[in-house]
Design a binder for this molecule. Structure first.
Ligand code: ATP
Ligand code: MG
Length: 422
């Protein structure tokens, strides 16, 4: 009988925007503000934070749940963990569920780390004997041993996350929900958590992993669901999920008014072209490509310089091409023209990247237009992505006999120390 199983069918959750008061204190405060005339009664409207969400995760599946801020990821996890009740649809969970949604959730600040382990683990369904058996392992994994008898309210966010993850991971959950809590842990701890989650998934657990760290998600999850304004806009391979995530992010970018204003300098378009010269949003990491920067100049520029950036996740710059660094500037008339950058190949790992271009007046050094990261490029490397670079390489196997042979030859041909070869 397989272990964990998670199924969501048409799950929806509506929240009120505006004057919703979850706590009595908020209600009283708002009443006082109104009496003092500082706040008018605001109209209350509602919206679907999670809208008709359906998916299933099977035993041994690690599913990423990604999407822009406010897309409804945490709300979805809370619905699965039954912290919130759906307005529509149903959630079916088979097996022991553990959720790590908020860093300090489940902890009592005045209790020590050790006391919190007992409390938290028993809430998660462990018996006293089981907790005692696993106590050392939990403390050991968390790495907060020197502070284990200190009240948790004195812990840093990272220490709380360590303890929380450690307890949750030792409950041996069948379904594990992890919401971004690892982000506050240091890099070594994050790696250990990923290792532990891999073990749990290999043992048949279901993992639902919310993160904004797309690289981590891509290397770890076998599938990903993209949420955008409460709705699942994609469910499939992590690589393609990232492309949909960028689409959702780009839709939130403020409109680029300069490209519509005919009297302004602007990057009108960035067009990636494949070998055949056709515009392509997907390119192979081995093939030559060209990038056209279609620009509009408001006046004549005697020396216009172009810069192009390629980034992953809108984060670290992977490649920057600067015409001025290459001692190239362009004399452009007012109106439209195009500068093309040619690359013999783009040796990037498979996945989604973003491109931007800026125009600089090389005479004054002033940036006159910046496209922002509106343009996306999808690189296909024919396999699962495991890194940012896709370097040309080959493998070779040497058996034991051949290895001995080569070592013997090596010794024979190696000059003895002190002999100078002229
Ligand atoms: N208790 C609540 N009452 C009213 N609105 C809420 C409540 N909880 C969340 N929301 C709203 O629901 C929407 C989804 O929030 P949620 O926390 O699920 O987003 P998220 O995808 O987890 O975002 P992030 O990436 O920032 O963590 C947001 O607009 C948020 O303001
Ligand atoms: Mg969230």
């Amino acid at each position: 009988m397989p272990r964990g199983l998670l199924q969501l069918t048409g799950v929806s959750k509506r929240f009120r925007r505006g004057a919703a008061h979850d706590r009595l204190g908020e209600l009283i405060l708002s009443g006082c503000r109104r009496i003092l005339g500082r706040q008018r009664r605001r109209p209350v409207d509602s919206f679907w934070a999670v809208d008709d969400l359906s998916f299933e995760a099977r035993p041994g599946e690690a599913v990423g749940l990604i999407g822009p801020n406010g897309a409804g990821k945490s709300t979805a996890l809370k619905l699965i963990a039954r912290i919130l009740r759906p307005d529509r649809g149903r959630v079916d969970v088979r097996g022991r569920l553990t959720a790590l949604i908020e860093i300090s959730a489940g902890f009592h600040g005045d209790l020590t780390g050790r006391e919190n382990i007992y409390m938290n683990a028993s809430i998660l369904g462990m018996r006293k004997a089981e907790i005692e058996r696993k106590l050392d392992a939990i403390i050991d994994f968390s790495g907060v041993e020197p502070f284990i008898d200190t009240p948790v309210k004195r812990y840093s966010a990272g220490m709380q996350a360590r303890l929380g993850f450690s307890v949750a991971a030792h409950v041996d959950p069948d379904v594990l929900l992890v919401d971004e809590v690892l982000a506050v842990g240091d890099v070594l701890f994050r790696q250990r958590c990923i290792g532990r989650m891999r073990e749990l998934v290999a043992g048949g657990a279901v993992l639902l992993f919310v993160t904004h760290n797309l690289e981590q998600m891509q290397s770890f999850c076998s599938r990903a669901v993209v949420l955008d304004r409460g709705r699942a806009v994609f469910d499939g391979l992590p690589n393609s999920a990232v492309a949909h995530y960028f689409d959702a992010l780009r839709a939130q970018l403020p409109a680029d008014t300069s490209s519509n204003d005919p009297s302004a300098d602007a990057v009108v378009a960035l067009v990636v072209k494949s070998v055949e010269g056709c515009a392509a949003s997907v390119v192979s990491s081995e093939d030559p490509i060209e990038i056209d920067v279609v620009l509009r100049a408001a006046r004549v520029y005697r020396r216009l310089a172009i810069e192009i950036d390629i980034r992953r996740e809108l984060g670290s710059c992977l490649a920057n091409f600067s015409s001025i660094r290459d001692d190239q500037t362009f004399a452009v008339p007012s109106g439209r023209s195009c500068v093309t950058l040619s690359l013999p190949s783009l040796p990037l790992g498979g996945g989604a990247y973003v491109l931007s271009a800026l125009l600089r007046d090389a005479e004054s050094g002033r940036v006159i237009a910046d496209s922002g990261f509106r343009y996306q490029l999808f690189v296909e490397d024919g396999g699962r992505p495991t890194g940012i670079l896709c370097l040309p390489h080959e493998w070779c196997y040497t058996d034991a006999n051949a290895l001995r042979e080569s070592q013997r030859d090596d010794r024979a041909s190696r000059p003895s120390p002190g002999v100078l070869i002229g």
